[in-house]
Design a protein around this ligand. Structure first.
Ligand code: F6R
Ligand code: MG
Ligand code: MG
Length: 364
């Protein structure tokens, strides 16, 4: 039988403000998943990145399974109830519907899933981010699976030599396309370099074996107004024909700028941190990413290993702090603040409405 790894997340309330989840919520979610082990799921792990509650589950039911999604949805609803009792901030904010309708997609939570035949040994890395958007993974997925200057295995390991296939989703037009690398890398980059619109959903080996899966939900597009962000998650398989664990995490030593900081309206450096530092404090950020490493063994999650809790990532964290100061100095100016086009999906339209009648046409 094949094993499925499902990572389903939601911001169901946090404290103080949008900075971190509450330990009571984490405990409750972990307990509910434990109760489901041996029944609906095989194994589970609960964690958080900033204000996002992350449910990691293994099972044999495949992607988009109703029972699994309902389990997650019910846990989010129950946790939102507890969050409301504590008057946590933004309690229930990512739960857009009241009634579950078979799949959490489109209802607020973010979902990344993959089903695979377990290899003799199957290292899996799970990335979870706060204060950014799904397209934040684009740069890293390209580096991991298509850049030979980053992943030397693409050159050295014959089993990776033929390259990978990327599936890209256009989250505005709701369409998808596949590109093969290395031969179509430039075309792939033409799209994924615009990560607010084009998001890598899957990466496969050229023989169709799944390598990576991300969440592509854009909460603000779903709700049609600003209801919080779509802080993304990603699952990546490593070793033996895939990039090694080290090749997967090394690109995160580059401090790139991503969208989604403060009010979902600012660019900020993407800071890799250990779980103990996965709290969005400075200016509600900066955007943070954690990575938990597991060996998946007959559906059991052996781990986790907290991959960025490592002095080797101290330097990028320093660089992120420097970049953060540089950007913060811009105050409400671009490029710290998102471009007008991106602001369309956040709060600016409210301000525009207010001054709609004060604008006058310029004389010819
Ligand atoms: C939420 C976030 C925060 C909030 C900000 C304002 O994930 O990024 O920066 O947008 O704290 O929140 P409200 O409008 O709820 O006071
Ligand atoms: Mg929040
Ligand atoms: Mg969040």
């Amino acid at each position: 039988v094949k094993t499925t790894v499902s990572v389903i997340k939601a911001d169901i309330g946090s404290f103080p403000g949008h900075s971190r989840t509450h330990p009571k919520i984490l405990e409750l979610a972990a307990q509910r998943l434990k109760e489901a082990e041996g029944k609906i799921i095989i194994d589970s792990h609960v964690t958080h990145c900033g204000d996002d509650l992350e449910l990691i589950m293994t099972h044999t039911k495949g992607e988009d399974n109703e029972e699994i999604h309902k389990l997650a949805w019910d846990i989010f609803m129950e946790c939102a109830g507890v969050a409301k009792e504590m008057k946590l901030y933004g309690a229930g904010q990512d739960l857009l519907g009241d009634a579950f309708s078979g799949n959490v997609k489109g209802m607020g939570p973010g979902v990344a899933e993959m089903e695979f035949e377990e290899r003799g040994s199957d290292p899996v890395l799970i990335f979870m981010a706060d204060k950014t958007e799904p397209g934040a993974w684009n740069y890293f997925l390209y580096k991991i699976f298509a850049d030979p200057f980053s992943t030397s295995g693409l050159v050295i390991d014959p089993s990776m030599h033929q390259g990978f296939t990327f599936e890209v989703h256009d989250v505005i037009e709701k369409r998808r396309i596949r590109f093969n690398t290395p031969e179509e890398s430039y075309s792939l980059l033409a799209y994924i370099g615009a990560p607010s619109r084009y998001v890598i959903k899957y990466v496969w080996k050229r023989d169709g074996t799944i390598a990576a899966s991300t969440s592509t939900q854009r909460l603000n597009l779903m709700a049609g107004r600003y209801v919080g962000k779509d802080d993304p998650v990603m699952i990546v398989r490593a070793q033996s024909g895939f990039p090694s664990v080290g090749e997967v995490i090394d690109p995160f030593r580059t401090p790139i700028l991503v969208a989604g900081w403060m009010r979902g309206s600012h660019h900020g450096p993407f800071m890799p941190v250990g779980v103990c530092d996965a709290n969005c404090t400075q200016f509600d950020g900066p955007p943070r990413v954690i990575c938990l490493g597991f060996q998946v063994s007959n559906g059991k999650l052996i781990g986790p290993a907290d991959m960025f809790d490592d002095p080797a990532f101290d330097r990028v964290r320093e660089q992120c702090c420097e970049l953060s100061s540089m950007l913060r100095a811009h105050g409400p100016f671009e490029p710290h603040r998102l471009s007008l086009e991106e602001m369309e999906y956040t709060t600016l339209p409210g301000v525009e409405k207010q001054f709609k009648d004060r604008w006058e046409d310029l004389p010819e």
